[in-house]
Design a protein around this ligand. Structure first.
Ligand code: C5P
Length: 305
């Protein structure tokens, strides 16, 4: 019998986040270019009397442990589809910033889903897993798939993208999180009555990803949620400026923020930008990593004797 399954799931950064007008269902159509980067949460599931979620890691205290946690919702959704109880203990070892615009909650949803599928021997198809992911949240399918992908619709309709190399990133973690719905609402408020075009992926950006050209990618990155995130958290402007001054090729808010993302020319440049951000006093923590990396992956299975 399988005693536990552990799944490792990466964070994401959006190299393009083009936000269309507000839809009648409360979402926005997007042209969302995701890149999975090497900061990971690890989700471990093991049989238990009832559904339970625990969390470890520096920011564990900020993670909800009730049924609003996407990991718990993922287990419940898979169990309901397969006519079984979601009687598992889900443990999240959290390294992705909480409410940071890096899809940490989505990562835990995708991780728990894949882990429960393996633990229970559900044998769900990739298609079914992706369908459940889309029900859980707009960014959850990408956490399963990883790599680089274009998300259309509300971000859940994915087309994998080819990438010609690895990109070096620095992430500046801010104090506290930002609520995704609040950032979208602020984006609508700032836009007022200005007509909003349908979101389209940037051809230059897709070409830069394909060729692995960091300078060209930096020239093409964009995030329509950035003005809203900075409006709600004005101190982000100083973090962005600090990274730019230190030589980042591009400085941007990651998704709905408040984590800021800095694309650099390579590993040495990333370390230089990271040092400058650390001494700038404009952020809580600094992380250096790269992407693309694979999506949710089973990395450990223990068997009981
Ligand atoms: O899908 P998810 O649960 O991550 O969305 C959280 C919230 O973010 C939504 O309720 C909505 O307010 C906003 N959102 C949006 N348009 C999207 C994705 C999310 O307005 N494409």
């Amino acid at each position: 019998m399988t005693a536990s399954v552990t799944v490792r799931v990466p964070a994401k950064v959006n190299v393009q986040l083009a936000v269309g007008p507000l839809r009648t269902d409360g979402f926005h159509d997007l042209a969302n270019v995701f890149l999975a980067v090497g900061l990971y949460d690890e989700v471990t599931v093991r049989p238990a009397d009832e559904l339970r979620v625990t969390c470890s890691g520096a920011d564990a205290a900020q993670v909800p442990l009730d049924r609003t946690n996407l990991a718990a919702r993922a287990a419940l959704a898979l169990a309901a589809r397969h006519g079984r109880e979601a009687n598992v203990h889900i443990h999240i070892d959290k390294d992705i910033p909480v409410a940071g615009g890096m899809a940490g909650g989505s990562a835990d949803g995708a991780g728990a889903l894949l882990a429960c599928d393996a633990l229970w021997g559900t044998g769900a198809s990739r298609e079914e897993l992706l369908e459940i992911c889309a029900e859980l949240g707009s960014d959850v399918p990408f956490s399963l798939v990883g790599g680089a992908a274009l998300g259309r619709g509300r971000g859940e309709l994915l087309t994998p993208l080819e990438t010609g190399g690895t990109f070096s990133w620095v992430f500046a973690v801010a104090d506290g999180g930002l609520s995704t719905p609040a950032v979208y609402a602020e984006c609508d408020r700032l836009r007022g009555t200005t007509p909003v075009p349908d979101p389209e992926p940037s051809a230059a950006l897709l070409a830069a990803l394909r060729t692995g050209d960091a300078t060209a990618l930096a020239a093409a990155v964009s995030n329509d949620l950035q003005p809203a995130a900075v409006s709600l958290r004005p101190s982000l402007a100083a973090t962005l400026a600090a990274g730019e001054e230190a030589g980042a090729l591009a400085a941007m808010v990651s998704g709905s923020g408040p984590t800021t993302a800095f694309l650099t020319a390579g590993e040495a440049e990333a370390e230089k930008v990271a040092d400058a951000l650390r001494s700038s006093g404009t952020c809580r923590a600094v992380r250096v990593t790269s992407g693309p990396v694979p999506g949710a992956t089973v990395c450990g299975t223990a068997r009981s004797s």
